[in-house]
Design a protein around this ligand. Structure first.
Ligand SMILES: [Fe+2]
Ligand SMILES: [Fe+2]
Length: 183
């Protein structure tokens, strides 16, 4: 009897702990997604993420070869930020581009994301003290900035103009929901 009671109270305690854990995780996710959500519409949120990731590049480009741990941490942060960003774009924005006839544009941007992953893989394989580490980071940044310019100056403004107010609001919601999955 006592054993049964103990087991039950343990189960209740574990369930309460799990619920609290899930709630804390939900709060943490919203906190991570908040800067994007607060930036405004979907295209403004994504542009804010572009700027945030370029700041991480500024920081990693300011390191020296002896700063191995700092380089690893920053590279991990860049990887996380870009994985969340790619999910938001590929699962919501690029899908909406194709729905509105911009298939070649969506496919081109999607292909760029493949090379973003390629850079992240190659940098992950490289020693942080490798003499060419920063040069590869510089090539990665240049590729990324060109991709961001393409999105911010051409593709996104065109899509935003093709959508009415409700469709833009729905896309903002869908983009943030995708972001929350990886936040
Ligand atoms: Fe992109
Ligand atoms: Fe982007």
């Amino acid at each position: 009897m006592l054993e049964e009671k103990t087991t039950r109270s343990f189960a209740i305690g574990a369930a309460a702990g799990l619920t609290a854990g899930l709630a804390a995780n939900a709060v943490r996710k919203i906190f991570v997604q908040a800067p994007t959500m607060m930036a405004g519409e979907w295209d403004e949120g994504l542009a804010a993420e572009h700027r945030a990731v370029l700041k991480l590049f500024d920081q990693i480009q300011a390191t020296e070869s002896s700063h191995g741990t700092r380089r690893s941490i920053l590279l991990t942060q860049i990887g996380h930020a870009l994985a969340k960003h790619a999910l938001e774009e590929e699962n919501a924005v690029y899908a909406m581009l194709r729905t509105h006839g911009q298939v070649a544009e969506a496919d081109r941007l999607n292909s760029d994301h493949g090379y973003v992953k390629q850079y992240l893989f190659e940098l992950g394989q490289m020693s942080t003290s490798h003499p060419l580490f920063l040069s590869k980071i510089g090539d990665f940044r240049a590729m990324l900035e060109e991709h961001m310019r393409d999105e911010e100056e051409k593709i996104f403004p065109r899509l935003r103009g093709l959508l009415d107010e409700d469709e833009n609001a729905a896309l903002t919601k869908a983009m943030n929901q995708e972001g929350l999955k990886l936040a």
